[in-house]
Design a binder for this molecule. Structure first.
Ligand SMILES: C[S@@+](CC[C@H](N)C(=O)[O-])C[C@H]1O[C@@H](n2cnc3c(N)ncnc32)[C@H](O)[C@@H]1O
Length: 283
């Protein structure tokens, strides 16, 4: 089964099917938000287990395709707010002197580098399945003088190549949403976490609230794919972003998964009007 990602033409089709004729472009954009078209289209693909498997397989290729423009677009499209979120994630993780750290789905290494800048941390390992993202991370760690402190590995978050109880802190930023099996992802991270260690998750949340949700959906579904598509040359990669966010777990569901894996002292922090959340738990 081919994973269908909607383009503007598909949006028009869906709205017409609902019997709403939209003569002007402005009203088309407006209606897109009002009718909440997105879940209707995308759930056909992503909520389906088989399609989720394919999404995961294609994931690594998708990130490899946009790797060169990933950082630039992240900062541009978030107006640099993403940097603040990562800083907060590292702060929330509560690094203690000598803590060994694992950053899962490390991508271009921003979170690993943030940890390396904290006082007293032990070794840091960043793991990702995309070689292209990792090669940018390697360049950045070298440029920041953390070559000896951060080890970057290619590997699968759903099958972490570490012994049980290897790390004092595990982080994952904007990665959980991309895993084919969120439950397995959390359970793997908890497995390699030491007793008393902390798991810190930074992730987008599905749009909330009527007005804010509407504006946010418009931004996610129209502005981001258009701007990022032009800059990265891969609009489909950036149409995947709203798809994956809209179909991702609610913050409460993530907390339940963490609790089910035996994590305690659960804590959740809402960021920027609920666009993103940090979740933390202790083993
Ligand atoms: C949105 S990026 C996040 C990168 C980084 N953590 C950040 O804060 O920008 C998601 C990353 O997850 C990686 N990824 C997706 N599925 C993975 C898996 N099963 N195992 C390891 N990495 C994975 C992708 O290659 C990509 O680099």
């Amino acid at each position: 089964m081919r994973c269908w990602e909607p383009g503007l033409r598909d949006i028009i089709v869906v709205i017409r099917r609902r019997g709403t004729l939209l003569p002007a472009k402005f009203s088309l954009f407006f209606k897109i938000s009002l009718v909440k078209w997105q879940p209707e289209i995308i759930m056909l693909n992503v909520k389906d287990q088989k399609a989720r498997g394919e999404t995961s397989l294609n994931n690594s290729r998708l990130f490899s395709r946009i790797a060169l423009k990933y950082d630039f677009l992240n900062h541009l499209l978030s107006l640099n707010i993403d940097k603040r979120w990562r800083r907060k994630l590292v702060k929330c993780a509560g690094v203690k002197p000598g803590d060994s750290i694992l950053d899962v789905c490390t991508g271009t290494g921003d979170i690993a580098i943030r940890f390396a800048q904290s006082d007293g941390v032990g070794g840091i390992v960043g793991i990702d399945q995309s070689e292209e993202m990792l090669s940018i991370a390697r360049r950045k760690t070298k440029r920041n003088g953390f070559e000896g402190k951060i080890k970057l590995l290619k590997g699968d978050a759903l099958n972490l190549p570490f012994d049980d109880g290897s790390f004092g802190i595990i982080s994952i930023g904007f990665g959980l949403r991309n895993l084919a099996d969120h439950k397995k992802g959390i359970s793997e991270m908890v497995r390699v976490l030491k007793d008393g260690g902390r798991l810190a998750i930074l992730e987008f949340s599905p749009p909330q609230g009527l007005i804010f949700g509407m504006v946010y959906r418009l931004y996610l579904n129209i502005i981001i794919p258009t701007v990022a598509g032009i800059i990265s040359g891969s609009a489909s990669a950036y149409r995947y972003l709203p798809t994956s966010i809209a179909n991702f777990l609610e913050p409460e569901e993530i907390m339940k998964l963490m609790e089910a894996e035996g994590l305690k002292k659960l804590y959740s922090k809402r960021l920027t009007g609920g666009i993103a959340y940090i979740h933390r738990g202790e083993k």
